[in-house]
Design a protein around this ligand. Sequence first.
Ligand SMILES: [Ca+2]
Length: 112
Amino acid sequence: MTMTDLLAASDISTAINACKAKDSFSLKTFFATVGLSKKSPPEIEKVFKMLDQDKSGFIEQDELQLFLQKFSKGARALTAAETKAFLMAGDMDGDGKIVQAKAEWAKYYKLF
Ligand SMILES: [Ca+2]
């Protein structure tokens, strides 16, 4: 499974292009542009599984940093500040990783 199974390739490239500049990544804008805002919780969970590269059940900081590359191989890595902001949006217990539990992942739904 890849992102293009769930999302339109044209929406992905629009979203990636919109945050080409360093520190211009906005979680809310990205999710809306790429079409994730309209997806159901089970579909979002599939996205989570793709982001959890080592299948640990958590999305760690290094996996978040490469978030954009999961959508498009040539995309840039997120900056440290962007990665931190992303993590802060979903990490409820402050352990530095996002759990594949509805409680934490659900926080992202609220951002959509
Ligand atoms: Ca992981």
